[in-house]
Ligand binder design. Structure first.
Ligand code: ATP
Length: 403
């Protein structure tokens, strides 16, 4: 098992880290990569205003998620959990104990690489792991590594060193980024979900008014609340909702914002969902008390309204996007249908739903509702009363789906 270890303060983790991590996974053909935020870095002081360790851990986890390799790239809290200075020699020793026989590779940017001989127990570090070094800016050419590489080979003849290229290298440091963030800039150097996390937690001197976010900021916040794998679907729903709004004369901005936020509480546990319902006074029936899948639309609506200041129309659209109900507004229908058939959906029959959605929105809604009812029946699961009421209402109002 070939394991990469990418340590840093990750204060905050940025796109430079992401590009380097991706390049190392590919170049070394790693089976796993641990991103390891340092508790107390041996080589530099954590600046004043550094967020709490759990924030750095959460942001680094989001960066690991951004690689979309859930079984390969993950954050490790091992240094944050270990008391005292975060020496790499100790981290490597701990990993060798935890995963006997693993081949370890330490990922380091050029600045840190050039100090390697001075690290705590440097010889030990190089005995325990191969060194994978890379440039941090376009000026860091392969030749720039040569003199130090030569010196290392003489001083530590057994060291194994690989210098790799980082495609799409991003010339930024966390220090510079902190300065930019404090001025309300720098978003372009952050993965969106990390940026959203920073905004939502008001880190690094940011002070976004969550109730008046523009679209990119709203996306960032929404994405920061979900797993990376859901982002494609959310983006697809946003775009589909806007197209449908254009087609059916609904408010495009509201459709967009509803699409962006519709799944923001998707990954909360049942307990957390129930707490939010209690907090915002959402009454639940018996089925909803047990079915976590039914709750995210209600809690998502509450977050949209109470945290992000969305209007009642957006609240209602998100609230009903899973079960549907009788007598829906155009915006509610649009979000329901967009969520069902956005471009990333692939189930059998989706093409028909797509075609119908632009020809007869009510028929598309009925088709979606009936598809859900059938699916629940097939799985011997109860159908929510609101879904059955949606079906009845549509049929009573003359809506049909040609079979
Ligand atoms: P700071 O500015 O606070 O010193 P940093 O941007 O150097 O932070 P760290 O978390 O300390 O970030 O760095 C962790 C590792 O990532 C180091 O090995 C560093 O060389 C490397 N690294 C940092 N920025 C980049 C970048 N833009 N491209 C490639 N590697 C980078």
């Amino acid at each position: 098992m070939k394991i990469g270890i990418f340590g840093g303060t990750f204060n905050p983790p940025h796109l430079g880290h992401l590009a380097a991590a991706r390049a190392a996974i590919d170049a070394l053909e790693l089976d796993r990569l641990y991103l390891v935020p340092a508790a107390i870095p041996p080589h530099k002081e954590l600046p004043e205003g550094t967020p709490a360790p759990e924030h750095r851990l959460a942001m680094t986890a989001k960066l690991a998620g951004a690689l979309l390799l859930p079984n390969v790239a993950e954050v490790s809290p091992m240094e944050l959990e270990r008391p005292g200075k975060s020496y790499t020699a100790d981290t490597l020793e701990q990993l060798h104990k935890q995963i006997p026989g693993a081949e370890l590779w330490l990922l380091i940017g050029r600045d840190m690489f050039l100090t390697l001989d001075q690290w705590y127990h440097a010889a030990d570090v190089m005995a325990q792991a191969g060194i994978c070094a890379f440039g941090r800016s376009v000026e860091d050419s392969q030749e720039d590594f040569a003199p130090y590489l030569e010196f290392l080979e003489e001083s530590f003849p057994d060291a194994q060193v690989e210098i790799i290229d980082v495609p799409g290298l991003v010339d930024i440091s966390s220090t510079r980024l902190r300065e930019l963030l404090a001025k309300g800039e720098g978003a372009e150097y952050l993965h969106l979900s990390v940026y959203g996390y920073i905004l939502m937690n008001r880190l690094y001197g940011t002070h976004a008014d969550l109730k008046h976010l523009d679209i990119p900021e709203l996306r960032a916040c929404s994405y920061s609340m979900v797993l990376e794998k859901r982002v494609r679907h959310i983006r697809g729903t946003e775009e589909e909702a806007v197209r449908l709004a254009r087609r059916w004369g609904a408010d495009e901005t509201m459709a967009r914002r509803a699409g962006i936020l519709h799944d923001c509480t998707k990954y909360l546990e049942l307990e957390e969902q129930l707490e939010l319902c209690e907090k915002y006074g959402v009454e639940l029936d018996e089925l909803e008390h047990q079915a976590v899948k039914l709750l995210h639309s209600k809690t998502g609506a509450c977050i949209a309204k109470h945290v992000f200041g969305e209007p009642e129309e957006v609240y209602q659209a998100i609230f009903w996007h899973t079960t549907a109900k009788a007598d829906m507004t155009t915006l509610e229908k649009i979000l329901y249908v967009a969520d069902y058939m956005e471009p990333n959906r692939t189930f059998e029959g989706v093409e028909r739903l797509r075609e119908l959605a632009y020809r007869d929105l009510d028929a598309a809604l009925l088709l979606g509702v009936e598809t859900t009812i059938q699916e629940m029946k097939d799985r011997r699961r109860p159908v929510h009363t609101n879904t059955l009421q949606a079906q009845t209402w549509l049929k009573e109002h003359g809506v049909t789906v040609e079979r």
